[in-house]
Design a protein around this ligand. Structure first.
Ligand SMILES: [Zn+2]
Length: 600
């Protein structure tokens, strides 16, 4: 084992010295203010191109877009790190407000640039894109233009945007308010506890079945009590969206989310098709889990119940070494990159108070570095999280040679590199597990994840598409929403579910997110897409890494169909492609089933 010691706290000083009180950061923000002003002016002066000779001007403005945006995101990312490492940092909160206000100003000007450019006449447009200056941006520029063309004239879109503040986003905000205000009382370890929704949800992992059941029932009752409010919010959100789609002449509710994720309907159908025809092993797993818990069928509140415990502990140094070892078996670039990140203080992992929960990876575009945030307490799941976030950082690293404008990948491929890195480590952990108990816990962790992507998210997708179809004809009652949800769950869980969670449409925040519609299938896409790449890596060995990095570099300059065809030689509009990833998950479930066969 190496003797290197990896720092457990990150280095933010190299960006701006002095934390949230930094003079350098203050100067950077003031500089940002000036840059945004200059950019807004440049966009104001910009005229829709009338001849191919404008290419140089367009390229210059693209350059200014990149520089301004990178400048703002550099400070934005560091401020985000300040807040995460100490949630009580009041100065950082103020800085964040300042930073996002500046970002909004920039965004307004950026949209105007896109708008003006999109109005270019067809012939001039073709000439512009063929010019040496703009060729590399042809995908993103065409995308802007296509988006603008699919919308209503500028003034009408401006009215929609203005009305959406109160008539659309307001409903999403009301949802947050309603949920934030809810409380339930649950008896835990002999004591009556008043809990928030989040806290009560966490009881789903409680070892005592009575506690899990009570928490679930109290929550169901609480959602039922307020169901008319939630039904109103959900119907209004969907109604607004449908009205806008109708005015724009869009017939399909999936048009917007599919375009946003740069994918075809056929691809989505092929993905769900592969999942739907392979549900049986996962239903078997749910049955086995029910048996392990001494039940006929698994009820909703038992999904996260512990059936065995991973007790293996690795200190941070050991965890880091474990990751580097496994990465090294896959490819030299991933390993040396991760080693550099771990050695150079890119990771904040210390277990101490006042840190934000969860983990993330953020990029500093000016310095071309990333920072990873998490709290490491020694469990195998912490090791997996660290690998996951290092995967995100590796994606940014692979994108370094690419122009900033060509790095804006969509939600469905955003988790490719992270899931990939996590899989390497999770698989190795199963292989090297020291006891049966440990192996079971690790395999169950993987099985649960498959259930959530293939069944839980599938139920959300089925519910949401059916709800939208009914909403087109009028308001959908809360009773009907409950029915639709329970039906979707029974179907998606392939009959392996006992008690359903009919009010899940009220309980799940994702249905109320207004920024992106259909906040569900991209998760499943990302997981399976990444698994298929992983399957390919297992086949091809270390030589695959070069191809893998080339794929990552192209994640934001083509459709996902083109991406898979170019780098994997795969047609993702076909079910066979998706089945490769599903098979890896079935393998884990089968191992779990055979490991626990004496108890089934
Ligand atoms: Zn992630």
């Amino acid at each position: 084992m190496s003797t290197t010691t990896y720092p457990v706290t990150w280095d933010l000083e190299i960006f701006f010295r002095g934390g949230s009180e930094s003079e350098e950061l203050r100067a950077h923000l003031e500089e940002g203010e000036k840059k945004v002003l200059a950019y807004t002016e440049a966009v104001g002066d910009f005229r829709t191109p009338e001849a191919a000779g404008a290419a140089e001007k367009v390229a210059a403005l693209i350059e200014q877009t990149k520089n301004t945006s990178a400048h703002l995101r550099e400070s934005g990312a560091v401020i985000g790190c300040f807040l995460a490492q100490d949630t009580t940092d009041k100065k950082a909160h103020l800085l964040q407000g300042e930073s996002s206000a500046l970002g909004a100003k920039f965004q307004t000007a950026f949209m105007m640039f896109q708008q003006k450019l999109s109005e270019t006449d067809e012939k001039v447009w073709e000439e512009l894109l063929a010019s040496g200056e703009l060729e590399e941006f042809s995908f993103i520029l065409n995308e802007w233009r296509k988006k603008a063309a699919a919308k209503l004239p500028e003034e009408q879109e401006a009215i929609i945007t203005a009305l959406s503040v109160d008539g659309y986003h307001g409903w999403g905000e009301l949802y947050d308010l309603l949920v934030g205000d809810m409380q339930v009382t649950v008896k835990v370890d002999g004591e009556e506890k008043v809990l928030s929704v989040g806290q009560a949800n966490n009881l789903g992992t409680h070892p005592d079945p009575a506690v899990r059941k009570e928490a679930f029932e109290k929550l169901e009752a609480a959602w039922a009590e307020k169901e008319e409010f939630f039904a109103k919010a959900l119907n209004s959100l969907a109604g607004f969206r449908l009205q806008v789609y109708e005015k724009r002449g869009w017939d399909e509710v999936l048009q917007e989310p599919l375009e946003y994720n740069r994918m075809k309907q056929e691809t989505l159908d092929a993905m769900w098709g592969a999942i739907s025809s392979n549900k049986q092993p996962f239903a078997e797993y749910l049955k086995r889990k029910a048996a392990l818990l001494g039940k006929e069928q698994l009820d909703w509140y038992d999904f996260s119940a512990p059936v065995s415990e991973s007790t293996s502990k690795l200190d941070y140094q050991e965890g880091a070494e474990f990751i580097l070892n496994q990465f090294g078996k896959f490819g030299p670039e991933l390993e040396s990159f991760a080693r550099m990140a771990l050695e150079n203080g890119w990771v904040e992992a210390e277990d101490r108070p006042n840190k934000r929960p969860g983990g993330f990876c953020t990029g500093m575009p000016l310095s071309e570095e990333s920072r990873i945030f998490m709290t490491y307490s020694g469990s195998m799941s912490n090791v997996a999280t660290l690998a996951h976030e290092l995967g995100h950082a590796f994606h940014s690293y692979a994108l370094r040679p690419v122009h900033q404008l060509n790095r804006q990948y969509a939600m469905n491929v955003a988790e490719t590199a992270s899931t990939f890195a996590e899989m390497i480590v999770a698989d190795a952990a199963v292989k090297e597990a020291q006891s049966r108990e440990e192996k079971m816990a690790l395999l169950e962790d993987k099985a649960q994840r498959s259930v959530s992507f293939f069944m839980n998210i599938h139920a959300r997708f089925l519910f949401e598409t059916r709800f939208y179809e009914e909403r087109k004809k009028g308001v959908v009652s809360s009773d009907r929403l409950n029915e639709l949800m329970a039906e979707a769950q029974r179907e998606a869980y392939a009959g392996a579910l006992g008690e359903t969670h009919p009010h899940f449409w009220a309980a799940k925040l994702h249905f109320y997110i207004t920024d992106v519609p259909f906040y569900n299938f991209p998760y499943t896409f990302g997981y399976l897409f990444s698994l298929s790449i992983y399957a390919k890596a297992l086949e091809e060995g270390k030589s695959f890494e070069e191809k893998y990095m080339a794929l990552l570099r192209d994640t934001a300059v083509m459709t996902t169909e083109e991406l898979a065809m170019k780098h994997l030689g795969e047609d993702i509009t076909k079910q066979e492609f998706w089945e490769k990833g599903v098979r890896l998950c079935i393998r884990d479930v089968e191992e779990f089933l055979s490991l626990t066969s004496d108890e089934g």
